[in-house]
Design a protein around this ligand. Structure first.
Ligand code: FDA
Length: 415
């Protein structure tokens, strides 16, 4: 049998984390092979940020990762985020002459297209002499404690669609489960199980929420309507709130407010939505009552979108009259319910619509310096496959870059 080609490092998954790690490791002088089973490279970068990729967030505070990251131990990502910051990635983007802008709350986007960023990552790989096999599936991974290559800590035999290869280190960057139609698989989780590495339960994150069909029917007619809200969930200890836009859909709620809260929402728990944040609705309606002859829905339509005002007024006979004729009690009830609209989602739109996967490789199994498995030398997990999930707004890509940089730096160089 001929000896399979040997690499210092094989990286599985040519998404954000895998491309970045492969390029940096290659530029350190390592012989790197990057493998991905999908037809197109980095599909998630391509579709992200509406095609312009929200590639980082300037507001990220590496010293306080719990502010923008969810997971069993959000402090795990502190070291990597502090050593490779949004400013570092922005400097790289600038070096490649890619034009970008800040859109909202520190979110950085390409001016032209996410393709510019993919081209940048591929150029970084080329600069590192990275071999790139794509499309190429991985069939099997085996670890040999006694390496045939003289390395002192064993090696990985990787059986691929293009034949077997061997490597001193194996980096798993296969991402999460969201959007299976563009290549997401559970490969990383299955490999973790093969090596006895603990997993945190997975569920869709940054995902639209759905409601029982019949109960939702009155609101479904508002599909397409968006408005700024304050949305919250959880009890005292777990309370979380976001001030963002909400979007009505045919099956439930979406928009940045709902995507953000979905990563904190627990099945069966209610959401509370203030439909007129920043306005004292009760006082505003009382003031209108004193001087207006209009119907309640019309007055409400000055504060929230008129379609929403109509839908709320239609809910109660007491609210379907001129405001001057409404009782103070009826107006206070309307104001109270709209300022704290309590509703319990029945589920989510699932992985086909989720931007990320919550859970994944248990961070207790990994070194926070290098992303290497503590109990399995030479095996690394980076990016979304790890139980680190960022908020909407560029945080997930920054985690991909930072975890990849930490890993690339730590990979053992050839003797
Ligand atoms: P990623 O999913 O990017 O890459 C994994 C790679 O592994 C893929 O190329 C896949 O084909 C490959 N792979 C999987 N299984 C394999 C197997 N069995 N064998 C070989 N290869 C395999 N984040 C953000 O910060 N800003 C944003 O604007 C957005 N926008 C956004 C929009 C949409 C629609 C989605 C779905 C997601 C986002 N995100 C985002 C999230 C972001 O895309 C995500 O967190 C990163 O892409 C994760 O990077 P990874 O490299 O870890 O996985």
């Amino acid at each position: 049998m001929p000896t399979p080609p040997f690499f210092d490092t094989v990286v599985i998954g040519a998404g954000a984390a895998g491309l970045f790690c492969a390029g940096r490791a290659g530029q350190r002088g390592l012989k790197v092979l990057l493998i991905d089973h999908a037809e197109a490279v980095a599909e998630k970068i391509r579709i992200s940020g509406g095609g312009r990729c929200n590639f980082t967030n300037q507001g990220l505070d590496p010293q306080a990762p719990h502010k923008h990251f969810v997971g069993q131990n959000p402090q795990f990502c502190r070291s990597a985020l502090a050593r490779y910051t949004p400013a570092d990635f922005i400097a790289l983007v600038q070096r490649h002459g890619i034009a970008f802008h800040e859109k909202h709350k520190g979110q950085m986007f390409c001016d032209r297209s996410a393709e510019d960023l993919i081209a940048m990552l591929l150029a970084e790989c080329a600069a590192g002499g990275v071999a790139h096999w794509q499309p190429c599936g991985v069939r099997k991974v085996v670890f040999s404690a006694a390496s045939a290559y003289g390395a002192d800590h064993g090696s990985y035999q990787i059986d691929t669609d293009r034949g077997p290869v061997a490597a001193r280190s194996l980096v798993v960057a296969t991402g999460g489960l969201s959007i299976p139609k563009i290549g997401a698989t559970d490969f990383g989780y299955r490999l973790a199980q093969q090596f006895g590495i603990a997993l945190v339960e997975r569920r869709p994150g940054l995902v639209p929420l759905t409601f029982d069909g019949e109960a939702w029917a009155p609101w479904a007619q508002l599909a397409g309507l968006a408005l700024p809200v304050r949305i919250s969930t959880g009890s005292k200890k777990t309370h979380m709130a976001f001030d963002e836009d909400l979007l009505f859909t045919h099956r439930g709620l979406s928009g940045p407010a709902v995507l953000q809260i979905s990563s904190y929402w627990q099945e069966g728990a209610p959401l509370a939505i203030n439909l007129a944040p920043g306005t004292d609705l009760e006082a505003a309606l009382a003031q209108s009552k004193a001087c207006s002859r209009k119907r309640i829905a019309n007055e409400l339509g000055q504060i929230v979108p008129s379609r929403l005002a109509d839908a709320w007024a239609a809910r109660d006979a007491d609210w379907q009259r001129p405001i001057a004729e409404a009782s103070d009690k009826a107006l206070a009830r309307l104001a109270g319910q709209m300022a704290r609209w309590e509703l319990t989602p029945t589920g989510t739109e699932g992985y086909k619509k989720a931007e990320v996967t919550l859970g994944g490789i248990d961070t207790r199994a990994l070194s926070q310096q290098s992303m290497e498995c503590k109990a399995q030398p030479g095996l690394y997990f980076i990016g979304e496959v790890v139980d680190v999930t960022g908020w909407l707004g560029g945080y997930n890509f920054q985690w991909a870059w930072a975890s990849a940089a930490a890993c690339a730096q730590a990979l053992p160089a050839p003797a």
